[in-house]
Write a new protein. Structure first.
Length: 239
């Protein structure tokens, strides 16, 4: 987190983490569609021939909240096993994390593995999931089964972090996940910098300012596609 008190500028870094093809890039692309064009930066991606994200995606969002200029930088990490060093680098200086789990039953073990990988890489950067605002999104909920529902319900009962369900390819649950994480992140920085006391910016006002940056979703085309550690790790296949 970077906070320039003289210029009243706040910069936040949010990282979307999870297995390959779980929907991290799809989340950012869906958010890109919803952010007002005048406020969003370029969505930078680099895909391989098989359409997997090789490096990471970045999406800066710049707006004003009261007298404060806010820049939220959204990143995804590459999911492929061989790019672990890149995942570790992207996590440097992270202020919050959205873990994107794959709801498909066959991916349960992989979700678990990548959660542990995230915890390990955070530790390498001097961070901990216990102290970092984080949410879990179970993406591809339409491809889950009864065991997926049980795993999600178990996480919600534990209450260690907010849990969302999504179908990111249709834009469902994407904004809810993002705004939920923004709210947690503000609570964290407010405890440190006392923004409510110093500049009169409270949690509700901050989240509402972020919400105003978003536009209504585009109409659906035929077929239903849009127009264009701390918490318990996602359960293994034994659930």
């Amino acid at each position: 987190m970077q906070f320039n008190t003289a210029q009243r500028e706040l910069t936040l870094k949010i990282v979307y983490y999870g297995p390959g093809l779980s929907g991290k890039t799809t989340n950012l692309r869906a958010l890109y569609q919803r952010i007002q064009p005048s406020l969003r930066g370029h969505l930078m991606t680099l895909d391989t021939a098989d359409d997997r994200t090789l490096f990471f995606d970045t999406l800066p969002l710049v707006f004003r909240a009261g007298n404060l200029k806010v820049k939220i930088k959204l990143f995804t990490v590459p999911g492929q096993v061989m790019h672990n060093s890149t995942r570790r680098i992207v996590l440097q200086g992270a202020d919050a994390i959205a873990f994107i789990a794959d709801s498909q039953p066959s991916k349960r073990q992989e979700n678990y593995k990548y959660w542990l990988n995230m915890v390990e890489n955070l530790k390498a950067n001097g961070l901990t999931i216990e102290t970092l605002p984080n949410v879990v999104q179970w993406n591809k909920k339409d491809l889950g089964d009864a065991t997926t529902a049980e795993a999600i319900e178990k996480m919600r009962k534990e209450g260690k972090q907010p849990v969302y369900e999504a179908v990111a390819v249709r834009g469902e649950g994407v904004v809810e996940t993002f705004l939920g994480l923004v709210e947690l992140t503000f609570e964290q920085i407010d405890r440190i910098y006392l923004l409510s006391d110093k500049i009169g910016l409270d949690r509700r006002s901050f989240v509402e300012e972020v919400r105003r940056c978003l536009v209504d979703p585009p109409p659906l085309k035929a077929g239903g596609n849009p127009d264009k550690g701390g918490g318990t790790p996602p359960a293994t296949g034994t659930v």
